[in-house]
Design a protein around this ligand. Structure first.
Ligand SMILES: O=C(O)C(=O)C[C@]1(C(=O)O)C=C[C@@H](O)C=C1
Length: 377
């Protein structure tokens, strides 16, 4: 039915000499295309509504959400992309369309490390779009609690940064939590120096989260060597404090400047140009395979000779590539360890099942934390 609308009428956008074309004619063409886009979005929303109703009478918005299907839709967008817009931009636009389609049922409630303006909030929007109800919470523990209790449908927590490494407090929450990982988000992190007055020569104090200070160490040493650095719980909290005086500044994302009415003094100021944070999406259930997934496992073992080999060997035997392994004290007794492992594949796949069974024969306990679509653009 959608084919009916796909217009042969849309004129070719010439990418040649646009100066020869009249401005009002170009705008008329854009108006025509906008009409078609709007019709198609409305039609898509009606079909998505029908899909929602076909799922039967479900209890809540969370029951309509299908991350594996969303990942497939977005991968097709990337595969089809021939420019001029980047994969990232197109994925963002389609993400928003799906977010709005799903919110026809009821917006999802998403918990994140607040307050407003944090990178975690940006990760929420990147993964779920803007048609959601965001719940800014005061700690990573609280994000877990709110999802566990059902007050939030999903939560988003940071787990590692390409400059700073693992966020141990997030990993440790999985030792006791029953939550499942049902997605991952990769966010390029740009840090900025923000202040009320906007003049670097006035700055005597800088507030930020310790992770952000660590990401901008060289920059601070070079440009603000004498300023006092004051660690606070979040970058948004830093921005809130920097509002109070002209000699104070915050290191935070650019969006915090708008939220807290500050000026961008300098940025991006992160030391590494590829500074990226990976976030995990927390939910209460596992979802089916999307075709390109990652599985996160938590393996408890007793300390014994060859333990690490026993943990790694089953994955190698079944041809599964391991993306990451990290060991932590297991919190279950002395000299007992927990390995956090990320492997390519989904628990519904035979090779993964076989590898986990072999591992379970050796380990004290194997906990499947989740199988979820690999992050997209
Ligand atoms: O395909 C579905 O199951 C839908 O509900 C439709 C749709 C979409 O807009 O494409 C909306 C929400 C789901 O999370 C996944 C996809």
């Amino acid at each position: 039915m959608a084919d009916k609308i796909v217009p042969a009428l849309i004129p070719e956008a010439g990418d040649g000499d646009s100066s020869a074309v009249d401005l009002s004619e170009l705008r008329e063409r854009i108006d025509g295309i906008d009409r078609h886009i709007q019709q198609l979005i409305a039609e898509r929303a009606r079909f998505a509504g029908q899909v929602g109703r076909a799922k039967g009478k479900l209890a809540a918005a969370v029951d309509y959400y299908r991350p594996e299907r969303e990942a497939q839709v977005l991968r097709r967008v990337v595969d089809r992309n021939e420019g001029p817009l980047s994969d990232e931009v197109l994925v963002r636009l389609f993400r928003e369309i799906m977010s709005a389609c799903l919110a026809q049922q009821e917006p999802l409630k998403i918990g994140f490390l607040g307050p407003e303006g944090t990178h975690s909030q940006q990760a929420v929007f990147k993964h779920f779009g803007h048609s959601i109800h965001g719940l800014p919470l005061s700690s990573i523990e609280e994000v877990f609690q709110e999802v566990e209790s059902g007050s939030a449908d999903f939560g988003i927590v940071p787990v590692e940064n390409s400059t700073q490494g693992t966020i141990q407090s997030t990993l440790d929450m999985f030792l006791t939590s029953s939550l499942k990982i049902c997605g991952e988000v990769e966010l390029r992190i740009h840090q900025h120096l923000l202040s009320r007055g906007g003049r670097i020569e006035d700055i005597e104090r800088v507030y930020s989260h310790p992770q952000s200070f660590a990401q901008c160490k060289a920059w601070l040493r070079q440009y603000l060597p004498k300023a006092e650095t004051i660690p606070v719980a979040s970058n948004a909290e830093a921005a809130r404090r920097a509002r109070s005086a002209d000699d104070a500044a915050a290191i935070a994302g650019a969006s915090a400047a708008n939220v807290y009415g500050l000026k961008i003094v300098a940025g991006p100021i992160e030391d590494r140009p590829d500074n990226t944070t990976r976030f995990l999406v927390l939910g209460r259930e596992l979802f089916p395979t999307s075709g390109n997934d990652r599985t996160s496992l938590l393996v408890f073992i007793n300390d014994q000779p060859g333990a690490l080999h026993h943990v790694l060997a089953p994955f190698a035997r079944h041809g599964l590539s391991m993306n990451r392994i990290e060991s932590r004290p297991g919190h279950t007794g002395r000299w007992q360890y927990a390995f956090f492992i990320d492997v390519s594949g989904h628990v519904d796949e035979d090779a993964m099942r076989a590898a986990i069974d072999e591992l379970a024969a050796f380990a004290r306990e194997v906990k499947v934390l989740g199988s979820y679509p690999v992050a997209i653009a």
